[in-house]
Design a protein around this ligand. Sequence first.
Ligand code: G3H
Ligand code: 13P
Ligand code: ZN
Length: 309
Amino acid sequence: MPLVTTKEMFKKAYEGGYAIGAFNVNNMEIIQGITEAAKEVNAPLILQVSAGARKYANHTYLMKLIEAATIETDLPIAVHLDHGDSFELCKSCIDGGFTSVMIDASHLPFEENIKLTKQVVDYAHPRGVVVEAELGRLAGVEDDINVSAEDAVYTDPKEVEEFVERTGVDSLAIAIGTSHGAYKFKGEAKLRFDILEEIQRRLPGFPIVLHGASSVIPEYVDTINKYGGQMPGAKGVPEDMLRKAASMAVCKINIDSDLRLAMTATIRKVFAENPAEFDPRKYLGPAREEIKKLVKHKLINVLGCAGKA
Ligand code: G3H
Ligand code: 13P
Ligand code: ZN
């Protein structure tokens, strides 16, 4: 099946009360682990590429690997630019075959966010590409930019209708308390479902996106620390909260950190148990298997999108 946009996926997800998993990809093993999991449970997928991933792995390599995954799985897969920070980057991904881009101008004043988002929409739509934008600001680390908890801003529901109407954007990422990276909540996890509800009320049927949605699975952090790592303990987004968001207007849930933890924990364990190992297949292979196991769990138990391809 050729690459698809997220339009149809989001419509079905909204109506069906589930969410599509948007997983960050950086190399072949990550792409294979995610797509093999989705194939086994027949789930639609969004594979997302950050500017950093594109710099690391090269646009063409990633596109060809994803193309290979569409052939191997025959699943509906969308390729999405994660956190595009300029018109030029979005244009380059649109011209290079992505089916969806995010323009993240959430750090700019409202009018400037609208202007830049609309510029990307005006370029993307005639070329059959959909656009995600962001209102509000998440805490955490993305592409080496660190937003402190004090600088994070919840999305203001009063702004969403005007933003969507004036930009023509296809989906909207909102800030309700999640954050990027492996250190999200020091104490109890708290998400502002009241804000999500109000946004849903103001934009009926419109797909909402949740970034920073890794659960920071404690078993992986424990394994990393058991085998020489030094990750401070921190809490991610509890899975029951993600399930609740998925049953509401949230149609896309972004997960990257959990994949990184799965991969790192597995590789550390292999080296701890076999210090003489030097065949990359012997540590990247098990890491790929662990990603597959993790993604299957997310698709079935957290996102609710298994069987929906
Ligand atoms: O939100 C950011 C994603 O986790 C991507 O991270 O920019 O380091 O590739 P990255
Ligand atoms: P996590 O760091 O919680 O995995 O969030 C990823 C993300 O939002 C990518 O855009
Ligand atoms: Zn994000």
